[in-house]
Design a protein around this ligand. Structure first.
Ligand SMILES: [Zn+2]
Length: 154
């Protein structure tokens, strides 16, 4: 609404500058709120006192080429999350592991190790081999936890 108000004012006028300041302050506030949410989310993970945290080396640049994904990643600010996680793991002395982006965390059954294709729209992992059923992201998280091939980055 404030942005629309700005566009209705005469560019360069006193009121335009006043409104511009208002818009800029608002954007800064939104940015800070987002940052705060990310920091609190990371903190709540660290407070569970994990032995280690494993993340995937996601191909962010590659995903940015996919327009739909790029937009949601930009919205989330994934880069900031990873950077903050590194800083905090260092502070708390928690090992931060990174698995290669080619590690098929989504396609492996976390129960039996079987691998099957998992298109993005499939939200539940239903193993063709052992019948295990888990939420797609939970299954992938367990696989990351169990990963043995990783680089310690912090
Ligand atoms: Zn299975």
């Amino acid at each position: 609404r404030q942005q629309r108000k700005l566009s209705r004012k005469k560019k360069g006028s006193h009121n335009w500058y006043k409104q511009l300041l208002k818009v800029q302050k608002l954007y800064r506030r939104i940015k800070n709120i987002k940052k705060d949410i990310k920091r609190k989310g990371i903190l709540s993970i660290l407070r569970t006192n994990p032995q280690f945290i494993t993340i995937e080396n996601l191909n962010i640049k590659g995903m940015m080429r996919n327009k739909r994904l790029a937009n949601s990643f930009q919205q989330i600010g994934l880069g900031y999350i990873v950077e903050w996680l590194k800083i905090k793991c260092r502070d708390y002395g928690i090992e931060l592991r990174q698995v290669d982006r080619f590690y098929p965390s989504s396609r492996i059954c976390s129960d039996c190790g079987h691998t099957q294709p998992m298109p993005l729209n499939q939200r539940t992992y239903h193993c063709n081999h052992c019948g295990m059923m888990k939420d797609r992201d939970i299954n992938a998280s367990i696989n990351l936890k169990q990963a043995t091939d990783y680089t310690v980055i912090v």
